[in-house]
Design a protein around this ligand. Structure first.
Ligand SMILES: C[S@@+](CC[C@H](N)C(=O)[O-])C[C@H]1O[C@@H](n2cnc3c(N)ncnc32)[C@H](O)[C@@H]1O
Length: 254
C-alpha cells in the first residue's frame, strides 16, 4: 500500500512522531529538519523518509486508535477507545445507520461511530458550544471521515428531528432534562447510550429513563490496565487511568 495524496500519515522517528496530511507542494518542518511532502506521496507505507539534515522517520499508516490517542487535539475530555469501541458494538452500529450524537466535544467518539456507519450511514452531532466545532471537524478530517459526520450548532434544549435516528449516544454533563427530546428523536426500539463521570449523575439519568419507559437499562464501567512490556519482569504499569466514566445503555420503549 502506498501513500496517496491527502492520506493522514504517521511519521515515527526515534524520538518524535507526527501525524500529517500528505499534501502536494507542502513542506513539513520539524526541529530535526524539513520534509518535502511530495517525496512521501507514492512511497510504500513502512518505508523511510529523511529530513533535509538526514534524520530518519518511518512512514506508517495510522490506526484509528493512534489517531484518537495521539493525533487529535483535545479541547474537551474525550471518549477513549476502550469505551468507544464498546459503544459502537452496544449501539449495533453498521453501514447505513443514522446516528444521533451530542455533544461533539473533540470529535473522538464521532470518529469511531462514523467509521462504523460508513459509507452510507451518517453521524448527526449536536453541539452547544460553537467554538468547539472547527477543531472537532479538523480532528475528524485527520481520520478522513468528515464525509460521514454533520455537526450542528444546537443545544439538546432545542427540539431534535422526530423519529429520525436508528441509534444515539449522549455525552453531555447533564442529560436528564433532555430525555424527552432524545426519546422523540429516536426510532422505536432504537438503542441509546450515555457517558457520565459520577454515580449520582447515573442515578438521576436512570430515574428519568424509567420515567420515559426506556427498556433494557444497563450500567457498566470498563477498566483498562496496561503492562510494562518487559519479558522477564512482566507486571502492570505503576499508573493507570482508573476511571473515565460510567456507560448507561437503554432502548427506546413504546
Ligand atoms: C465531554 S465533551 C464530549 C466529548 C466527545 N464525546 C468526544 O469524544 O470528543 C461534552 C460536550 O457536550 C457539549 N454540551 C454540553 N451540554 C450540551 C447540550 N445541552 N447540548 C449540546 N451539547 C452540549 C459540550 O459543549 C462539550 O463539547
Amino acid at each position: 500500500m502506498v501513500v496517496k495524496e491527502r492520506d493522514t500519515v504517521y511519521l515515527k522517528g526515534k524520538k518524535n512522531s507526527f501525524f500529517i496530511k500528505a499534501e502536494k507542494g507542502k513542506v513539513f518542518s520539524t526541529h530535526k529538519g524539513n520534509i518535502n511532502l511530495d517525496e512521501i506521496i507514492g512511497k510504500p507505507y513502512g518505508s523511510i523518509v529523511k529530513t533535509h539534515i538526514g534524520v530518519e522517520f518511518v512512514i506508517l499508516k495510522p490506526t484509528l486508535f493512534e489517531i484518537i490517542m495521539h493525533g487529535i487535539k483535545r479541547q474537551t475530555q474525550i471518549i477513549y477507545p476502550k469505551d468507544s469501541a464498546y459503544i459502537a458494538l452496544r449501539l449495533g452500529l453498521t453501514d447505513g445507520m443514522k446516528v444521533l450524537e451530542s455533544g461533539v466535544g473533540s470529535g473522538a467518539l464521532s470518529i469511531v461511530m462514523a467509521n462504523a456507519v460508513k459509507p452510507t450511514g451518517r453521524i448527526y452531532a449536536f453541539e452547544k458550544n460553537e467554538e468547539y466545532i472547527p477543531q472537532a471537524y479538523e480532528n475528524i478530517k485527520l481520520a478522513n471521515l468528515e464525509k460521514y459526520v454533520e455537526i450542528k450548532h444546537q443545544s439538546l434544549e432545542e427540539p431534535l428531528p422526530e423519529e429520525e435516528f436508528d441509534a444515539g449516544f449522549i455525552d453531555v454533563r447533564e442529560p436528564w432534562p433532555y430525555i424527552k427530546n432524545i426519546k422523540n428523536a429516536l426510532k422505536s426500539g432504537a438503542p441509546v447510550g450515555f457517558l457520565l463521570p459520577t454515580t449520582n449523575q447515573v442515578s438521576m439519568l436512570l430515574n428519568e429513563l424509567k420515567k420515559h419507559d426506556f427498556l433494557d437499562l444497563d450500567v457498566v464501567e470498563l477498566l483498562e490496565r496496561h503492562y510494562k512490556p518487559v519479558p522477564d519482569r512482566l507486571r502492570p504499569e505503576d499508573r493507570m487511568v482508573a476511571h473515565t466514566g460510567y456507560l448507561v445503555f437503554a432502548r427506546k420503549g413504546f
